[in-house]
Every structure is written in C-alpha cells, then in structure tokens.
Design a protein around this ligand. Structure first.
Ligand code: IPD
Ligand code: CA
Ligand code: CA
Length: 265
C-alpha cells in the first residue's frame, strides 16, 4: 500500500514485534494458566501485549488502549486501540499454527486501521479505511464462490444460549453449505474471508479485540458484514455475519431459523 498512515505503520510494527515473541515460544513447553472463564493465558500473551502497548504509547501517548490481558488504559481519547496479543491462544498453546497478533485502531467506534499477523506462516494482513486490504503487501479481495463451494466458519459466543445456537448451526448449515468449521482464531478467520480462503465467518458474541482488526480486513477486501438479522452492522456490535456477499441472505435466513427454534429474538 502506498501512503500508509503513521497509525498503520505503528500497528504493523507492533504486530510484527509481537510476532517475534510468539515465534520464540511456539512449539515450546510454554507455561499455561487457566483464567476464571477457563480460557488460557500464557507468558507469551503477556509479553506480546506489553510490546504492542509499548510501541503504541511511544508513538501515540494520548490514545486509549483496550488489551485483552491488561484491560482498558483510558486516556480519554476518541482514538482507542483494540489489541489481542494472541488470538487463538488455545491453538498456539497446543502447537496448532493458526493464531495471530491482532491490532486495530478505532476512532469514535469506527475501525480505521486493522492488522493481523500470524508469525507461524509469516502472514501479514493489513487494512486502512478506504484504502483496501493487503496480504504481505499485495492487494486482496473476497472470493466469488457460492454456497456449493464455500467454507463457512462459526465461532462460539460466551453465553449458553449462544453456544446452543452454535450447535444448531453446526447441525443444519452443512445441509446447505459445502463445508462448515471453526478454526479457533477469529482474527485469522476474518483475514481468510478477506483473502478469499473462506466465504463467510459468523460471530456469535466475542470481545472487540477478537474481531476489530479482522472486520476491517473483510470490509476493505469487498466483504459484506451485517447483524445476524441482516440489518446494517456497526462496530462494536459483536453478533454478525461477515461474508463474500454471494450467499449472505441465505446465511441470514439460516441464522434466523435457528434463533426462532431456540426462542431467541
Ligand atoms: C479466542 C478466539 C476464538 C474464539 C474464542 C476466543 P483467544 O480468542 O477468538 O476464535 O472462538 O472464543 O476466546 O482467547 O484465543 O484470544
Ligand atoms: Ca481473542
Ligand atoms: Ca487472546
């Protein structure tokens, strides 16, 4: 991309530096701890978040930062960074090379910069609002594949009802979509939608730092994002369908059907 903003350059630098830490620890006997919600945290999550925050604050000392491991550093700014030092920690800690550092900047709740870096495959995805999405410096676009050739991923939310919805979708979506999965890394799933490796990703309730960078990647690559009912989506709403747009309405109908079955509105 020509004319990268300082914000994007800083986000890329932070993600690449975090990536070096993740690379150092990947496939080693890394110390795992379980958080209250049974999610995993490792030394690598903490070190990665530290370096990302350091690089951001060196360059933008007035900005606010929301990081998964350290929470909100509120500086009263309308610029808020949403960072996930490792998205896909369970993959990372189990030696599965699908994880990423995810760094996004939002201005007044509008994501303007997004970077996702997977050091295991040296895959760098980045986007800036209005300037397109890039993978290792090449412009990328969503695929044109239809439902009969599609891979769609769905990731679980936190609430029991969201988990129930996931089960129903896994049960019924394969009847109309070629392949349905969960890769365990929201940031990468959205990056793959942007690159045309996945046709859609359905989010049933996660945190902003899981998807902030990824949604911009998908949108700037020509993807479509709506709320689960098909209405216009807006960050930071955390229930949405991101797709290549080819069979988006079908996904909306399928989700509606399952929600009605479960008595969800
Ligand atoms: C996880 C990933 C995954 C999603 C999990 C998240 P983490 O984030 O985004 O795709 O299914 O619910 O917790 O904990 O590895 O940063
Ligand atoms: Ca995450
Ligand atoms: Ca994480």
């Amino acid at each position: 991309m020509e004319n990268k903003s300082k914000e994007l350059k800083v986000a890329i630098k932070a993600a690449l530096e975090a990536g070096k830490i993740l690379e150092k620890y990947f496939e080693t006997k890394i110390l795992k701890e379980f958080k209250e919600d049974k999610s995993i945290v490792t030394l690598a999550d903490r070190e990665s978040e530290e370096i990302i925050k350091k690089i951001i604050l060196e360059n933008f000392p007035d900005h606010s930062i929301l990081g998964e491991e350290t929470g909100m550093t509120a500086n009263g700014s309308e610029y808020v960074w949403h960072i996930d030092p490792i998205d896909g920690t369970r993959n990372f800690a189990n030696g599965i090379p699908l994880f990423a550092a995810s760094v996004a900047l939002a201005y007044r709740n509008d994501v303007i910069v997004g970077v996702v870096y997977n050091p295991a495959t040296h895959s760098l995805f980045y986007a800036e609002k209005g300037k397109g999405t890039y993978f290792n410096d090449e412009r990328i676009f969503v695929s044109k594949d239809d439902k009969d050739h599609a891979i769609v991923t769905v990731s679980p939310g936190r609430l029991d009802i969201e988990k129930q919805l996931l089960i129903e979708l896994y049960h019924d979506l394969p009847k109309v979509i070629r392949s349905v999965r969960n890769l365990g890394c929201t940031a990468i799933e959205l990056a793959y939608v942007a690159r045309g490796g996945l046709e859609a990703y359905i989010n049933l309730g996660l945190n902003t730092y899981d998807f902030a960078a990824g949604v911009l990647l998908a949108q700037e690559a020509g993807g479509k994002i709506t709320n689960l009912d098909g209405s216009p989506w807006k960050f930071p709403e955390n229930h949405f369908i991101a797709s290549n747009g080819v069979f988006h309405d079908l996904l909306v109908e399928e989700v509606k059907k399952q929600k009605a079955k479960l008595g969800m509105n």
